[in-house]
Write a protein that binds this ligand. Sequence first.
Ligand code: NAP
Length: 307
Amino acid sequence: MSEMEVLDCVIVGGGPGGLTAGLYAARARMSVVILERGAPGGLLATTDHVANYPGFPEGITGLELAELMRRQAESFGAEVTYGEATALEPGREYHTVRTEGREYRAKTVILATGTTHRPLGVPGEERLRGKGVSYCATCDGAFFRDREVAVVGGGDSAVQEAMFLTRFARKVTVVHRRDKLRATPIIQERAFETSGLEFRWNAVVTEVLGEEKVEGVRLWDTKTGENAGVLPVDGVFVYIGLLPNTEFARGAVEMDAAGYLVAGPDMATSVPGIYAVGDVRVTSLRQVATAVGDGAMAAVAAYEHLG
Ligand code: NAP
């Protein structure tokens, strides 16, 4: 495509929502480009085991599922290309998505940029990132064979990834700020049965310790309001929730206070012709299954918008 060409649709983000939107848009014979800043799949691709996506009763790795979705979208003509959106400029005739050194013009835009794991924001975290501090157990777990690690958080991500880490680490301690997990009951049940997995309740990490690499975490007891000592670990995996990837769209479309995109039932944002799907939109459930449904819905709405 030439730089001046106006596409029918640009999809920003190549996770499950974006890839499904691409599949549906391509099948509707729209000219469509999917911009992805990393490897297709988004957070899905960093998930070791997906057990709740229908059609895969034995489960499937996130990477494999993402790859299948990409292949399917491309087989119908969607073009997946590398690019990180830096700006979104709504227009009357077409909308513009800018990346570093390039711009894409399209009559419709589907925002599927998902979320990133939220950092702890404590001393030592940034300095020791990649030196024992990680946000991706699937990527880094194998470096911790026979070591001891902490996983911070009590949601699905923390508990699921903590179980995964027991394959490598000698001991995995989930550090959670309350005494009840937020994770889905079936994930909790499995976790409580997993050997090598321990829980440190009512605790938060106040500092990541170590010079060249992580040597421990300093804990604070949320019940007593007192210092709870140091947990000696070689690694810290942080899963304390998500942050929407929407900086590039700030001011262009409506967002809530946390930066999630506001979209109606057909995924339309506050700007006609711009849609938001998957984890990045204001929603009560963030799953592969919901992102996929959003993607299909948005592509059909975008097709109708073209008239
Ligand atoms: P989440 O559900 O938002 O859970 C975040 C966890 O971190 C909570 O337990 C929270 O504690 C804790 N937390 C938040 N801020 C903290 C802080 N400053 N210090 C210490 N702890 C803090 O995030 P998530 O687990 O990443 O999941 C995100 C979404 O993806 C969810 O909708 C989840 O269901 C979905 N997901 C689903 C699956 C699956 O279905 N298999 C797998 C992964 C993710 P509180 O509990 O006290 O609030």
